[in-house]
Ligand binder design. Structure first.
Ligand code: BES
Ligand code: MN
Ligand code: ZN
Length: 507
């Protein structure tokens, strides 16, 4: 049995009659000639009659479809649920299809307490994907409703039915699934918190709280220290707000570390645009502008919880971007950490200003690689839509990120860093301007960030990749699969998978 913050997993094999539950979930795939009932522990006559009624029930096998029918006498579950896993390919059902089906079912079955999952499994990885999906699908952000009336409580217990219940690696795999899902869910909650509650000081407090009990050192640089140590980007962006900025350093440094990594996250707790103010509609989702920092924080904590032999340092660059009499103006010049000067031509291009300080500070420690995660540009959403992030930078690191994301079940696509964009960032009065070529603006922003990545131990530029997660960090439309509305927790799973891959390559 493994328990996360709000879900308990059991694993069983054999007779379904013995398990009393509110619902039993079996899978249906979308085959070439209609719906296909997937392998399940249901008795043969029940399978035959169900298979014959699928079309009549309107069951298609499409992803996210959840159809409830009365429970069968042969099982201890009150309701039988036919959950779609989507199009069937030639081979096995993918881990991601199982993760989504389990997540979608658990999400849509909110209000029931105990659900048995009898999706087909032939590997421990598939069981773990089902557990991860279920824990992600059970997520709810409900701390701000004044009453529970009319709201359905999340599923509390999930029993996974599988013939592999005695596999020796199962306990570790379920523990990992539970740690990963809890990290994603904690990220969602930080993003969902309104900016009246989550602002730089309280975000830093949350980092300290979440790290409690883990072998992780959290250092918070307040505005006095940021000023004294020359963090001009973070201070500049934060100076228009009544709530001063923070830089939070989260270090996990196990003695057995094989490699050292730095993660840098954009933590704008609200992006109004500043003096270059956003139109009203464009501001509505801007509490999500700290999603990169939230993902970095929870990924580092998850790596620590999993005890992976890698040193990981998270740098959370936190500020609130507000217009006011003390705010930066277009044409102000900031001196960034490390001494480079930047002319601010648009105060809404604030993410790159705080990230520049974070990248420069992270570089001083000469890690083996730097990853940064930021809801950096609207152009990212224009280029790749709402569900796919972009990765830019060192080709090797980008390819490793793409591979990690594929394994984790997150969508990401590599984009170039065209050299010719650099002159568009030239400034007449300073080393650089904070805006440049508008076409391909996602890449212009990345070219800006690249200037702040320093040299490593060998004198060469530290291998670096930039993840622009402006699209997938926040779900403005309806819930799907294991993804809720609002904060998605995007990038946490990719970062953890990347660290695991680094470990297997180094070992
Ligand atoms: N936080 C925004 C980017 C964003 C947009 C994130 C939509 C999520 C969804 C960022 O700070 C921003 O405002 N970028 C500007 C840059 C421009 C002024 C060069 C943009 O993309 O419009
Ligand atoms: Mn902005
Ligand atoms: Zn922003």
């Amino acid at each position: 049995m493994v328990t996360t913050q709000d879900i308990t997993f059991n694993v069983i094999a054999g007779n379904l009659l013995k398990t009393a539950a509110d619902a039993l979930v079996v899978g249906v795939g979308k085959g070439a000639d209609g719906p296909v009932l997937l392998d399940s522990p249901l008795p043969a006559d029940a399978v035959a009659s169900l298979a014959a009624s699928l079309e009549g029930l309107g069951v298609t096998g499409a992803a996210d479809q959840v159809v409830r029918v009365p429970g069968l006498a042969e099982t201890g579950a009150k309701v039988l649920v036919l959950a779609g896993v989507g199009k069937l390919g030639n081979g096995e059902i993918t881990e991601e299809a199982l993760r989504r089906a389990a997540g979608s079912a658990v999400r849509q079955l909110a209000g029931l307490a105990h659900v048995v999952m009898a999706l087909p499994t032939t590997s421990v990885a598939q069981i773990a994907a089902i557990a991860e999906g279920a824990a992600l699908g059970a997520y709810q952000f409900d701390s701000l409703h004044s009453s529970k009336d009319g709201r359905k409580a999340p599923v509390a217990t999930v029993t996974i039915h599988t013939s592999l219940s005695k596999a020796p690696e199962l306990a570790t795999a379920l523990e990992r699934a539970s740690v990963v899902a809890a990290a994603v869910n904690a990220t969602r909650t930080l993003v969902n918190e309104p900016p009246s509650r989550l602002y730089p000081a309280t975000f830093a407090d949350a980092a300290r709280d979440l790290a409690k009990g883990l072998p992780v050192k959290v250092t918070v640089l307040d505005e006095k220290r940021l000023e004294k140590e020359g963090y001009g980007g973070i201070m500049g962006v934060g100076q228009g707000s009544a709530r001063p900025p923070r830089l939070v350093k989260v270090e996990y440094a196990p003695a057995k570390a094989l490699v050292s990594l730095a993660f840098v996250g954009k933590g704008i707790t609200f992006d109004s645009g500043g003096i270059s103010i956003k139109p009203g509609a464009g501001m509505i989702t801007m509490k999500c502008d700290m999603a990169g920092a939230a993902a970095v924080l929870n990924a580092v904590l998850a790596v620590a919880r999993l005890g992976l032999p890698v040193k990981v340092t998270g740098w959370l660059c936190i500020a609130e971007n507000m217009p006011s009499g003390t705010a930066i103006r277009p044409s102000d010049v900031l001196t960034m950490f490390g001494g480079k000067t930047v002319e601010v031509l648009n105060t809404d291009a604030e993410g790159r200003l705080v990230m520049a300080d974070g990248l420069a500070a992270a570089s001083l420690e000469q890690p083996d690689a730097i990853l940064d995660v930021a809801t950096l540009t609207g152009a990212q959403v224009l280029a790749l839509g709402h569900r796919t992030a972009a990765v830019m930078g060192d080709e090797g690191v980008s390819a490793a990120i793409k591979a990690a994301a594929d394994r984790a079940g997150e969508l990401i696509w590599p984009m170039p860093l065209p050299e010719e964009l650099r002159p568009s960032l030239d400034s007449t009065v300073a080393d650089m301007a904070n805006i440049g070529e508008r076409m391909g603006g996602m890449m212009t922003a990345a070219v800006f960030l690249q200037e702040f990545v320093g040299a490593g131990k060998d004198g060469a530029t530290i291998p670096w990749a930039h993840l622009d997660i402006a699209g997938p960090a926040f779900n403005e439309s309806g819930a799907y699969g294991y993804t809720p509305k609002q904060g998605t927790g995007y990038a946490v799973r990719t970062l953890i998978a990347y660290v695991e891959d680094v470990v297997s390559r180094a070992a």
